[in-house]
Design a protein around this ligand. Structure first.
Ligand SMILES: C[S@@+](CC[C@H](N)C(=O)[O-])C[C@H]1O[C@@H](n2cnc3c(N)ncnc32)[C@H](O)[C@@H]1O
Length: 170
């Protein structure tokens, strides 16, 4: 089986190469690869990561949300088996009202701190693993009081009383 990193690279996502998220996704997703998981990514753009998740999780259901993406892209993914695409602002509760729960939610949308805060607060209870990509480390320092400097470091905000993981990456 090809590694998650290789598949993310093959499908031209910037999660590897530009960013170094491969090992983080390996660590958290490897044990789920043969399962019937539900994964949702905020930010479809050209569909690179949707294509990668469909291959990484061959039994999984993949949902993409994007506010601006071309309607042709939305129509295309709504005709791909195990996949659906929604054209909507992801940072509003009405978008999520009929979507149910997910195993994994990834925020690769606007990368704005106020949206990332919204995601951390409101989507944490919708999934088992919540990944927020491209965290602004100056913002993180402001809210945590800690100087986070190593690129690619995982900031795991898991609440030890719950099973939920929030993983912020940059
Ligand atoms: C970095 S691209 C996503 C790349 C994609 N996840 C991949 O790895 O191939 C960010 C996308 O987020 C979308 N976006 C920005 N603000 C958004 C919002 N408020 N709601 C939904 N999508 C948003 C943009 O339209 C853009 O297509």
């Amino acid at each position: 089986m090809q590694s998650i990193t290789d598949i993310l690279y093959k499908h031209k996502t910037d999660k590897v190469g530009h960013h170094s998220y491969g090992p983080i996704y390996e660590e958290y997703f490897n044990q789920l690869r043969d399962q019937k998981i539900r994964i949702c990514e905020i930010g479809i753009d050209k569909g690179y990561s949707i294509n990668a998740w469909l291959e990484i999780f061959p039994h999984g259901e993949v949902v993409g949300i994007d506010r601006k993406v071309d309607q042709k892209v939305i129509d295309y993914y709504n005709n791909v088996p195990r996949c659906s695409a929604i054209k909507s602002n992801a940072y509003t509760i009405s978008t999520w009202s009929d979507l149910g729960e997910f195993d994994i939610i990834i925020d690769d949308g606007s990368h704005k701190p106020n949206h990332q805060t919204w995601v951390a607060g409101l989507l944490m209870n919708r999934c088992k693993i919540l990944i927020i990509e491209d965290i602004n480390i100056k913002f993180l320092k402001r809210v945590t009081g800690v100087k986070w400097s190593r690129p690619g470091k995982v900031f795991n905000m898991a609440n030890h009383d719950s099973q939920d993981n929030i993983i912020a990456v940059w």
